[in-house]
Design a protein around this ligand. Structure first.
Ligand code: ZN
Length: 362
């Protein structure tokens, strides 16, 4: 049986420890102690990700991330009969501490009852919110698992992320020529004007049902009275479809080339970086089937939902681990309206417990 009080208390204790990305040390120390008390062998890799194992055979990997977004310092969780939320000045950190507390409670409740469970490995990563940085640096040689459940999705536990896009980040730098804006503007080449011309030619937002594109920041110029010499754009393309992604990338490259042709004295350079790779889960994969079967046994309807975002599951999958992302009872993540629905948190922990129990007739 899930102990609701213990689960809520454990979540609130975690939420109250500041752990914005790159500042996870305190929460990591707290969690290492906790995992050791649960009888697991615990270590940190050189990047600071936590890896815990019971050293059994054919383990299933359970994963969540330790970091949270801002404003995420001094979080004071408020609990009422239905929800956990904040006073509106910070996020709650349910993304992803709800995931961590679900995993901990599932293990603890099985131990309480003296029930046998599947062998497990646990990964608690750092800097997920900065672009899956911790998981990208994870020492995969320390893991045996070939299947993973990543507790890092929005909503109820029956919300299974069915796929996630490839994320292509890009930066465009434009170098024009500075000149006095009033005395000899003819001698200048405005990098800001060129940047603007590039942007107006780009279709942005949702390009089709598979692909999105965004310019997220623009910087340029130095002072009011000079023709600006430099401007920079940073943006991203996301697509569930590799071909679609390539098409949008060449469309962008063509616009840059046209602009270069028109401004032969300017220098326009671009850089692309694939931050994570798309995946789509196959309902026939054993881990997906296990999840779906257990949801049905728990009287929930599995809902497969395509996501526009990435999680550590993208990195696990790129490293040969079939990972599935499930909801952690969190709503409104990355906002000060973030909250957890307690009944859903209990339901998710209960699902995790039942999935780990060797005898499913619980
Ligand atoms: Zn998350």
């Amino acid at each position: 049986m899930i102990n609701q009080d213990r689960l809520v208390t454990s979540f609130c204790a975690l939420a109250a420890i500041d752990s914005p990305s790159s500042d996870e040390k305190e929460v990591a120390d707290f969690l290492m102690e906790k995992l050791k008390r649960l009888g697991l062998t615990v270590q940190q890799d050189s990047y600071g990700n936590i890896i815990a194992t019971d050293e059994g055979d054919s383990p299933i990997l359970l994963s969540a991330h330790m970091d949270t977004v801002e404003p995420g310092r001094g979080i004071k969780p408020i609990v009422d009969s239905e929800r956990i939320y904040t006073d509106g000045t910070t996020i709650l950190g349910g993304d992803c501490k709800a995931g961590i507390s679900i995993i901990l409670e599932a293990i603890e409740s099985l131990a309480d009852e003296g029930l046998e469970r599947r062998s497990i490995e646990i990964v608690l990563s750092r800097e997920e919110e900065l672009g899956l940085l911790g998981c990208k640096e994870l020492d995969f040689s320390l893991l045996k698992a070939k299947e993973a459940i990543v507790f890092d999705g929005e909503g109820r536990v029956n919300q299974i992320t069915s796929g996630s896009p490839t994320y292509l980040a890009f930066d465009i730098d434009i170098k024009g020529r500075a000149a006095h804006a009033g005395v000899e503007p003819e001698k200048g080449i405005s990098a800001i004007k060129i940047a603007a011309e590039i942007i107006v030619q780009l279709q942005l937002g949702r390009l089709d049902d598979q692909t999105t594109m965004n310019i997220g920041s623009i910087t340029g110029g130095s002072v009011r009275n000079a023709v600006p010499e430099n401007a920079s754009l940073s943006g991203e393309i996301r697509s569930h479809d590799e071909e679609g992604l390539d098409k949008v990338k060449s469309y962008l490259l063509n616009i840059l080339q046209d602009t270069r042709n028109r401004y032969s004295d300017a220098v326009i350079t671009e850089k692309f970086n694939t931050e994570f790779q798309a995946y789509k889960i196959d309902p026939q994969e054993p881990v997906v089937k296990d999840v779906i079967d257990q949801l049905i046994r728990s009287k929930m309807d599995p809902e497969l939902i395509l996501s526009g975002g990435g999680t550590d599951a993208n990195v696990f999958r790129s490293n040969g681990i079939n990972a599935v992302v499930l909801g952690v009872a969190d709503h409104g993540a990355h906002t000060v309206r973030e909250h957890i629905i307690i009944s859903e948190l209990v339901e998710a922990a209960s699902f995790c417990r039942d999935l780990l129990a060797i005898n499913h007739k619980i």
